[in-house]
Design a protein around this ligand. Structure first.
Ligand SMILES: [Zn+2]
Length: 280
């Protein structure tokens, strides 16, 4: 166990065919007919969390919740926090303000209807909020959320806002932004909060980065992963580029072991307990 800081563990609940990088290859109309893998993968995640006695926040698509209400209720019954990943996985950068607002309002209503509790958190698909669309934060406030975890302050070809604050801050009155964790090194921010990097780099680099954030910055980490990252046997999506394939499929086989190590090397809890407790 690394120190006393409790970190926030998050899972973006979407199926392998809903990933942004596959958007050009899989029309949304096909989502209904593709073989789903979420039940198996969420079961596995719940088991890993239970074994480690850890709780987490599940940023769930409204589309998923409508199709798997029992699974969503199980997540909540096991003591985890249910939060919103929007309804249909549209990136904020691809939407008008009105469509973005409608999507995140619908997701909140669907999720609250199923779990019977207030849904306070929202995460934009592909961390698609940054300097180009600050209006998105106003929409998140308007939809009634209390916090967002939608910014990854790194340089990346698909997302990222490297000049954004690295840690929790009130981005609007009553709305906290909780950026995914980066490590500051050589005058740049490096990803330390999950994603393809976590699968690509040796585990000790991730552990070193998170320890540095806990000890040197004195801050809790915000870490994320996806159910499909624990599923090496997921159906392959045809027609994708070599780069997309590499990013999506690299080291899936090692992920379960790595998540186990992560869970035992650090203390983890739900976002609301790590960041909202003690705040008005
Ligand atoms: Zn997503």
């Amino acid at each position: 166990m690394s120190g006393n800081i409790v970190n926030a563990l998050t899972i973006d609940v979407e199926d392998y065919f809903q990933v942004s990088a596959f958007e050009p290859h899989i029309p949304r109309a096909d989502w209904e007919t593709l073989p789903g893998r979420l039940e198996r993968n969420i079961e596995l995640i719940l088991r890993l969390l239970d074994e480690a006695d850890a709780k987490a926040t599940f940023f769930t698509l409204g589309w998923v919740a409508e199709r798997y209400p029992e699974l969503v209720r199980r997540i909540v019954d096991e003591g985890h926090e249910l939060a919103s990943h929007g309804y249909a996985h549209y990136r904020a950068t691809d939407q008008t303000e009105a469509r973005f607002l409608a999507d995140i309002q619908l997701a909140k209503a669907v999720l609250e209807d199923i779990c019977g509790k207030e849904v306070r958190g929202y995460r934009a698909p592909s961390f698609s909020i940054g300097r180009s669309n600050p209006w998105a934060f106003d929409s998140i406030v308007q939809a009634g959320y209390r916090y967002s975890s939608s910014v990854y302050p790194i340089r990346h070809d698909h997302y990222g806002a490297p000049d954004f604050p690295r840690f929790a801050h009130e981005v609007r009155s009553g709305l906290l932004e909780l950026p995914v964790t980066t490590v500051r090194l050589l005058r740049a921010n490096w990803p330390a909060g999950g994603g393809g990097y976590f699968r690509l780099m040796p585990y000790p680099i991730a552990r070193w980065s998170l320890r540095r954030v806990n000890r040197r910055d004195g801050q809790p980490a915000v870490f994320y992963f996806h159910p499909w990252e624990l599923d090496p046997d997921q159906p392959r999506v045809p027609g994708t580029s070599a780069k997309t394939r590499f990013r999506h499929y690299v080291n899936l086989r090692h992920m379960q072991r790595r998540i186990r190590r992560l869970l035992s090397d650090f203390r983890w809890d739900r976002v609301d307990r790590v960041f909202l407790e003690g705040r008005a």
